[in-house]
Design a protein around this ligand. Structure first.
Ligand code: ADP
Length: 862
């Protein structure tokens, strides 16, 4: 047996092997130690002699829960099962590795979150970086390529749990692993040739052009590596992977990794959980398929007006028809996770219960379709048209399957009576046999006068007659004694044995027949896979649109007006997450206007905790929601479609991630300055805070100036640097906002209301007064403040920090920051007449100047 174990172990290098022995899964050697540690199993040993083998194990029915723990710990696990019936085996039972489970190749419902996609990705880094990803539990398989600098954003969008990488390949250093398992593969697995062959073979095509890929597309090696890995780990059919779809991001709103994190789109910044994210608040879907599709939509919002408005129109119609939407949503509750279920059909893992769930889903479709007929919005019409009721397969499943189906296909009991004559007959025989036994028991009790005589059954002896010891002397001669138990003797008779055989064989045969009928049904479903998958996709979109309508109604959202112009006009906007989580009515709504007339750049000043971050995030989130196709939390909203959204948080506001946080802040800022366009939306929260005041202030100033003059994008800048409010005096597109604060009973109350104009400069002094700092100190502080402010402005009352005559790009930058005047020596240098200066005179001049400078800065003179 250990030889068999070693052989199995060799077929799956690098994986922990669970070796089935009877009712247990056992682990040996190093695997046993690892498992004992991770799963808290008791470590024992086999062959306790000279060289004991460490061993650990658990009962087979606990496989799922232990697998889940191992996989969550990022371990690859191979499951070696007994592949023949132990009773029929001659000698050692045959065992084979039936599957290799890794985080990215999970398919078991018990191990998967129904609301989330579980992606396996493969990356081929390089100047043109290729990436492919698959969701094995649904068969979704996509690929794309992009410049390597985008890799980190693309990985953030997909958030794969496992990523394949060639042995020699390196991920660029800025790519955060975010808990994803890196699985190394041999270099050849990523070769173009192997990839092409594997893909052609899998899809049965001679070219990939039909899927939208050239045969030398950069995606081929990555997609090929995925297929190769799946073939190795899955050991079962991959038939449900029916196409490789090109992912095109031109039509999508670009959101980079830092923005995704900072806006907490799909998970929160600190806890990293779904709960508290935008997605969680938006998700009112009724089906797991809908929840996963919504996650896709929120992860990659649209950027073209017709598609966005198509979704808005559908949501609008569903909002208006609230009774219909409620009925639709009620019906959607009867829809099962058909996508995952179909993949189990395709891979031969479906159970009778899966098929019955499919039948129930199909049974709900006519009513759903009826509710969608005669809709006026285009998308709803299209969805109605593409909702294929699949009546043939539904009819067949309904005719065949019983109302309650078991999980196991081997134990029978799921085929409806009347579906198959032979099965009915066998069942009749089996139950007839049971009837006979009941009658036989009564007759024997009568004949022997033993009223307590009973017929029982166990696996070893089959049916027997049981007589308690008290009646032992009444037992007739034709009873054959088989077994003695505590209070009774057990007997058989020839008549009982004869019927037992008939009964057991009828039972056995009927189970076998049911199993065969089940396989036929499963194959029939497999033949309809593409039709059913399309229906599943349609259902998920109906679910998402109805959920968005429900959200809009429940939370009083409005339909945004979309435009191509770079404008924003939101009235009574609310932060979608805070608004939903705060007690009803406590969130203070705010307006925002950003356009050429009022200024595209808003500088929001105010003290800490006033609500600046909330306000600017709310604007970004509302824009994002609108581009997802959702209504938005506002009374009215006009939103210019953004091509990119950037959100950055100043260093000290963010958790440290290992790198110097200020370096991170600046890298991310650089990225915005280099990639934002006039159609982008940029929100900056306390940028420049991670360094000294002047340093940070200068950077913040220069960043806004650059965005203003070179990019012209809509920008919201929250800052506590009051100096930045001066930007508005020289830059036409900048306007100032602040957060209203009230003094009430010697306390400051944040009203969270955004108003126009810069914040009160002497806010700090204000607080000091409230806190009881002596009046002399307060007065003196006011004087100093006035003095500092005066120094900060030039004779014309313009900030010295500003570029003279802004708005004329290309002029030499003359920063007069902090009043640096020209050094008198410069004038002397200008006046030297070089034509008439001898080398010696020049040398003397130079020494004099140096001496003068040395006097001025003694510490530097050496
Ligand atoms: P700042 O960025 O100015 O330091 P935040 O935006 O972080 O302030 O807001 C501070 C707190 O005030 C938040 O935790 C939030 O609960 C609350 N808050 C912010 N804006 C509002 C609002 N519009 N209505 C109600 N509460 C708000």
């Amino acid at each position: 047996m250990m030889q068999q174990y070693e052989a199995a172990k060799r077929t799956c290098p690098g994986a922990l092997l669970l070796f089935r022995m009877g009712d247990f899964y056992e682990l040996f050697h190093e695997d046993a130690r690892t498992a004992a540690r991770l799963l808290q199993l008791t470590l024992t040993s086999r062959d306790k002699g000279q060289d004991p083998t460490p061993m650990a194990g658990f009962p087979h029915h606990q496989l799922d829960s232990y697998l889940a723990k191992l996989v969550a710990a990022g371990i690859r696990v191979a499951v070696c099962d007994q592949v023949e019936d132990a009773k029929q085996a001659k000698g050692l039972v045959r065992r084979e590795v039936t599957r290799i489970v890794t985080p990215g190749t999970l398919v078991d419902d018990a191990l998967l979150d129904p609301l989330e996609n579980n992606f396996l990705a493969a990356v081929a880094p390089g100047p043109t970086c290729a990436m492919a990803w698959v969701e094995l539990s649904t068969g979704r398989f996509e690929a794309t390529h992009f410049p390597e600098a985008r890799l980190s954003d693309e990985l953030a969008r997909i958030a794969p749990v496992e990523c394949l990488l060639a042995d020699e390949a390196e991920l660029p250093p800025e790519v955060a692993s975010n808990g994803m398992l890196i699985t190394r593969r041999a270099g050849w697995a990523f070769s173009r040739q192997t990839g092409r062959e594997a893909l052609h073979k899998h899809f049965g095509t001679a070219t990939l052009a039909g899927f939208g890929f050239e045969d030398d597309a950069p995606e081929i090696p990555a997609a090929g590596a995925i297929l190769d890995y799946l073939t190795e780990t899955q050991k079962s059919s991959l038939a449900h992977i029916q196409r490789l779809a090109p992912y095109r991001r031109e039509a999508a709103l670009e959101i980079d990794e830092a923005t995704r994190r900072s806006l907490e789109i799909t998970c929160t910044l600190r806890a990293g959980r779904r709960e508290g994210s935008l997605l969680a608040v938006m998700d009112r879907t009724q089906t797991a398929m809908g929840a996963r599709l919504l996650a896709d939509w929120v992860g990659a919002p649209l950027a073209d007006r017709p598609s966005i408005e198509n979704r808005h129109a559908a949501v609008a119609e569903l909002v208006a028809e609230d009774a219909l939407t409620a009925a639709l949503r009620e019906k959607l509750r009867e829809v099962y996770d058909v996508q995952r279920l179909l993949s189990r059909v395709a891979t031969g893992r479906a159970s009778p219960r899966d098929l019955s769930f499919l039948a129930r889903t199909l049974a709900a479709l006519p009513a759903l379709k009826a509710k969608l007929t005669a809709r006026s919005s285009r998308r709803l019409q299209e969805l109605e048209a593409s909702l294929d009721l699949c009546p043939e397969i539904r009819g067949r499943l309904e005719a065949a399957l019983a109302d309650d189906c078991p999980l196991l296909s081997r134990d029978g009991g799921f085929i409806r009576a009347g579906y198959n004559d032979r099965l009915d007959e066998l069942r009749q025989l089996a139950s007839g046999g049971k009837q006979w036994i009941a009658e036989y028991q009564a007759a024997e009790a009568e004949r022997t006068g033993i009223s307590s005589l009973k017929v029982g059954f166990n696996k070893v002896f089959g049916y027997y007659l049981e007589v308690t010891h008290a009646h032992r002397d009444k037992v007739p001669d034709d009873y054959i004694r088989k077994q003695t138990v505590k209070n009774a003797e057990r007997y058989v008779t020839p008549a009982l044995k004869e019927h037992e055989e008939k009964l057991l064989s009828a039972d056995e045969q009927s189970k076998q027949l049911e199993y065969e009928l089940f396989l036929q049904l499963r194959d029939a479903v497999a033949e309809q896979l593409s039709r059913l998958e399309q229906t599943a996709r349609t259902l998920s979109e109906i679910d998402v649109l109805a959920a968005l309508a429900d959200l809009a109604r429940a939370r009083g959202y409005c339909r945004p007006t979309m435009t191509e112009d770079a404008v924003l006009a939101i009235a009574y906007g609310r932060h979608p997450v805070l608004d939903a989580l705060a007690p009803e009515g406590t969130f203070v709504p705010n307006d925002v206007v950003a356009d050429d007339e009022h200024g595209r750049m808003l500088v929001i000043t105010g003290p800490n905790m006033a609500g600046k971050s909330t306000y600017i995030r709310q604007v970004a989130l509302i824009t994002l929601m609108a581009q997802v196709g959702s209504f938005v939390p506002a009374r009215s909203a006009t939103i210019g479609i953004a091509d990119r959204i950037f959100a950055r948080v100043g260093a000290s506001d963010e958790l440290s991630r290992g790198r110097s946080t200020f370096m991170v802040e600046m890298t991310e800022t650089a990225r915005i300055l280099n990639t934002a366009t006039g159609r982008s939306l940029v929100i900056l929260d306390e940028i420049g805070r991670g360094t000294s005041t002047y340093d940070g202030l200068s950077l913040a100033w220069a960043v806004v100036e650059f965005l203003h003059e070179r990019v012209g994008c809509r920008t919201l800048f929250a800052t506590h640097y009051h100096e930045l409010t001066d930007l508005a005096s020289t830059m036409p597109q900048v306007s100032n906002l602040n957060v209203a604060v009230r003094e009430w009973q010697d306390e400051l109350v944040f009203l969270h209301k955004i108003v126009t104009g810069p914040a009160d400069k002497s806010y700090g002094i204000h607080v000091a007064r409230l806190a009881g700092v002596p009046p002399e100190v307060i007065e003196r502080a006011k004087e100093i403040l006035a003095q500092l402010e005066a120094e900060h402005l030039d004779e014309e009352g313009r900030p010295k920090i500003a570029r003279p005559e802004t708005g004329k790009p290309g002029r030499e930058l003359q920063l007069t920051l902090f009043g640096v005047a020209e050094h008198p020596l410069l004038d002397e240098i200008r006046q030297v007449d070089l034509e008439r200066t001898t080398p010696l005179e020049a040398f003397q001049l130079l020494s004099r100047w140096r001496a003068a400078l040395a006097v001025e800065r003694p510490s530097k003179a050496k």
